[in-house]
Design a binder for this molecule. Structure first.
Ligand code: FAD
Length: 525
């Protein structure tokens, strides 16, 4: 180990000992001999203390930039075996909202290769594509944008996505990973063949449907509770070249949801004509025209949203795409036309664009750059994501979109349905107990611009009102990217899955040292 690295490590250990009174033998930690870097550099600590939500802050004692899975295993073993113990939290790209990747009495493992590249340290394991087996092996901290870039070299791509690609593989697989392809391919956790995981005991285990299957299912959607994903084998398919991207408007919520549900019912059979992506969003005010997902409604579009009669002030926008390439170029117009014919949108409201597949997948990053340039990205994000059962989505519309929200949203509100049979019920993730359920994502930014309806207090209070409304109306929503602070709430959230979740915790992380930022379990020291 280089002398400077050794010095930094000694400093880190001293800080750990002083701050939490650990009874660790410094020589023992020095003998860990990590190939990466255990850092107490203030800029590393500062980054690990925060996340995208900017709602909470927790300073770790140190940050590990691992060079390999073995580095992570050494650290976790030290935490597991030490007399007093300390916590270990993997941090993907820190895009959580409520401090889920933070820890204040332990070490944050900085998984993302992006950060390592900035530090000039390269990647632990670059993506390995097997074109023959149609899969890619990636480091758990790899960002999806880099997974895409590496697979495209082989004309291949993952099948299921998130709307935004600057998220880590381990981070999205710890939740579910959803976007408009989920109705057809399932969430990202349904498109993984195999994982390498460092458990809370510091063992490195390979797991899949066949091998260590309990760990495999526990980790998928497991909120980081059972182990740190260091490698994921992800299923691939042929990458399309181009995308026809269409938006159409509705003033009737029931026509909108009928059409969405019809479109997602066409999943499965590859020979059935269907769209490749089905999402949607709610427009409660014309502010949407200026917000971060609306560049699509450009001034060049012939139809003005304001000219459309919004029944009750709320419009719904269905967003669909059809992939194509040179070999299907001749049929694309006809295929889109025949699918659109079956829908009941406002006839004058068809907005169409055409773009390369990569540009479509990376669309939110463009919006990010715009917001960054205006200083509107690094602001608090009191986001609320809910899975709403299909049978109650109309009640949700009446109570929330047409009720609680008023006519100002402070950010996009996504709404789209998914098929539950594409979700493996053996994984840790929880969904409503109906064949079809909706994602409703209130993706709002709090601003200090003098407008009462945009403050963090106002939006957080509105989120609480929405949850209370669902509770009072008996709408059994499940939070996606859940955030609770009491054990009772977590037990309610997991419902029938709680006892298995608890057993898995005792089996794979018995000292409860991993991902304490989720606030599900207290460490046992
Ligand atoms: P982090 O926030 O760093 O970590 C999240 C949790 O996972 C933490 O508990 C952490 O300890 C744990 N974790 C991280 N890495 C690992 C690992 N390797 N092994 C085990 N546990 C780990 N989600 C969607 O599903 N669809 C979307 O379209 C979508 N769009 C988004 C757009 C934006 C702009 C943002 C900010 C978020 C979006 N998300 C979306 C949410 C995103 O999936 C979550 O934030 C998720 O946590 C991934 O972020 P991350 O990689 O930064 O993970």
């Amino acid at each position: 180990m280089a002398a400077t690295n050794k010095l930094l490590l000694t400093f880190a250990i001293c800080r750990l000992i002083v701050t939490v009174g650990l009874t660790l033998d410094p020589a023992e930690l020095l003998r860990l001999g990590v190939d990466g870097q255990l850092s107490v550099d203030p800029s590393d600590v500062e980054i690990a203390s925060l996340d995208f939500g900017l709602l909470s802050r927790a300073e770790p004692m140190a940050v590990l930039h691992p060079a390999s899975a073995e580095d992570i295993a050494r650290l976790v073993r030290a935490a597991y075996n030490s007399a007093r113990g300390f916590t270990v939290s993997a941090r993907g790209h820190g895009h959580s909202i409520n401090g889920q990747a933070q820890t204040s009495n332990g070490v944050v493992v900085e998984m993302s290769s992006a950060r390592r590249s900035q530090l000039g340290r390269g990647k632990p394991d670059p993506p390995q594509v097997s074109a023959k087996e149609m899969h890619v092996d990636v480091w758990g901290g790899e960002l999806w944008i880099d997974v895409l870039r590496s697979t495209l070299e082989y004309g291949l791509a993952p099948k299921s996505w998130t709307d935004y690609l600057y998220l880590s593989v381990g981070g999205t697989l710890s939740n579910a990973g959803i976007s408009g392809q989920a109705f057809n391919h399932g969430p990202q956790i349904s498109n993984v063949h195999e994982l390498d995981v460092v458990t809370g005991k510091g063992e490195i285990l390979t797991c899949s449907q066949e091998q260590n299957s309990e760990l495999f299912h526990a980790v998928l959607g497991g909120l980081g509770q059972f182990g740190i994903i260091t490698r994921a084998r992800i299923a691939l398919g042929p990458a399309p070249q181009r995308v026809r991207w269409i938006r159409v408007l509705y003033s009737s919520f029931s026509s909108f949801t009928t059409d969405q549900e019809y479109l997602i019912s066409l999943y499965g059979n590859p020979s059935t004509q269907k769209f490749d992506y089905v999402e949607g969003f709610v427009i409660v005010d014309e502010g949407l025209i200026n917000n971060w997902r609306s560049s699509f409604f450009s001034p060049r579009n012939p139809v003005k949203i304001s000219s459309i009669d919004a029944n009750g002030g709320v419009l719904y926008c269905l967003e669909i795409t059809k992939n194509y390439d040179d070999s299907t170029l001749d049929n694309i117009d006809q295929e889109v036309e025949s699918l659109l014919k079956k829908l009941n949108f406002i006839p004058s409201s068809v907005f169409t664009t055409d773009l390369p597949y990569v540009d479509f997948l990376d669309r939110v990053h463009k919006a990010e750059l715009k917001l960054r340039s205006k200083g509107l990205w690094d602001v608090p994000h009191p986001w609320l994501n809910l899975f709403v059962p299909k049978s109650r989505i109309a009640d949700f519309d009446n109570g929330v979109f047409k009720g609680i929200l008023g006519n100002k949203t402070s950010g996009p509100i996504l709404i789209y349905p998914m098929n539950r049979n594409k979700w493996d019920q053996r994984t840790s993730v929880v969904t409503p107990d109906e064949d079809v359920f909706y994602l409703v994502a209130l993706l709002r930014s709090a601003l200090d611009n003098g407008e009462d309806t945009q403050t963090l207090d106002y939006l957080s209070n509105q989120n609480r009102q929405i949850l209370r409304f669902c509770d009072d109306a008996g709408i059994n929503v499940k939070q996606y990217l859940p955030h609770y602070t009491t054990e009772k709430d977590w037990v309610d959230h997991f419902g029938d899955k709680w006892s298995q979740f608890y057993r898995n915790k005792m089996e794979f992380d018995p000292r409860r040292i991993l991902a304490t930022g989720q606030r599900i379990f207290m460490p046992s020291f």
